[in-house]
Design a protein around this ligand. Sequence first.
Ligand code: ADP
Ligand code: MG
Length: 320
Amino acid sequence: KNTIDKIAAGEVVDRPASVVKELVENAVDAKATAVTVEIKEGGISFIRITDNGCGIEKDQIQLAFCRHSTSKIRSVEDLVTISSLGFRGEALSSIASVAQVELITKTSGELTGCRYLIEGGEEKELEDIGAPNGTTFLVKNLFYNTPARRKFLKTASTEAGYISDLMERLALSNPEVSFKFINNGQVKLHTSGNSNLKDIIYHVYGRDIAANLLPIEKEFGSFSVSGFIGKPVISRGNRNFENYFVNGRYVKSSLLAKTIEDAYKGFMMQHKYPFTVLKLSLKGELVDVNVHPAKMELRFSNGEEIYRHLASEIKQVLRG
Ligand code: ADP
Ligand code: MG
């Protein structure tokens, strides 16, 4: 069982940033309005994530760490939608199998909270403890028991950089949540939780970018799009500033990249990559995020329609 869990863990957790991604998404799913992420040594030795969400009931804690256990499937109709949003019930079990995890959690309905320790998939402790409502995960020494995987990690500062990029995207995808990101004791990002998308873009990317944005908002038959696209003058030499969110989650998509880059072609002097913060909403059954769980690459079943409508809308916005 342990070996299977460790192998499975590799698909969900390949570096500290994927731990942060899974745990922050859980916090957002738990309706947290404030999430603090603290890391040391690029997250390799220390990741602490605190939220003020609904907490986990005492008698659900062990279950939450079982593989394929998710509390997010409530009805059969939900199955398709839910799985397409990536609720596979694998994150906690995967993380716990390759790290030392401490959980402190309390729901508003309980008088005391709980502290749970699990290391390398083995439960070490479960006790009552005083705690505020919400959940704190402390993840220490990632891959301490899988040295081969640990070797694939980059330097602490590179890993911290991945987490920092991720935090920016999490902030962009959830303007209504206040995020605080602390790296080695220094606050790197702090959003208010009551700003709009443009404020967050300003906060993350600065004034020059924020001053050169064009809003986009449109509904089509099978999907809708909103957000901002950059004027061609703020284009870049790489794809780092192309941000896409589908149904509230940051994703990678070669289809969206191609759609957008094709749309910009006639508007740019050289071959460059645009700045975008695009949010797509579509029915869960039209997307499949389970192609590569950790890689965030997703597949659309209405890809052709997205290409056609989105490219023409972007061109229209760029023409002004
Ligand atoms: P999934 O998110 O796919 O359901 P996870 O392994 O990420 O699976 O989490 C397992 C379960 O643990 C969740 O379904 C949820 O019930 C609970 N959980 C995890 N993190 C939190 C959190 N921060 N606040 C409240 N509940 C949580
Ligand atoms: Mg999850």
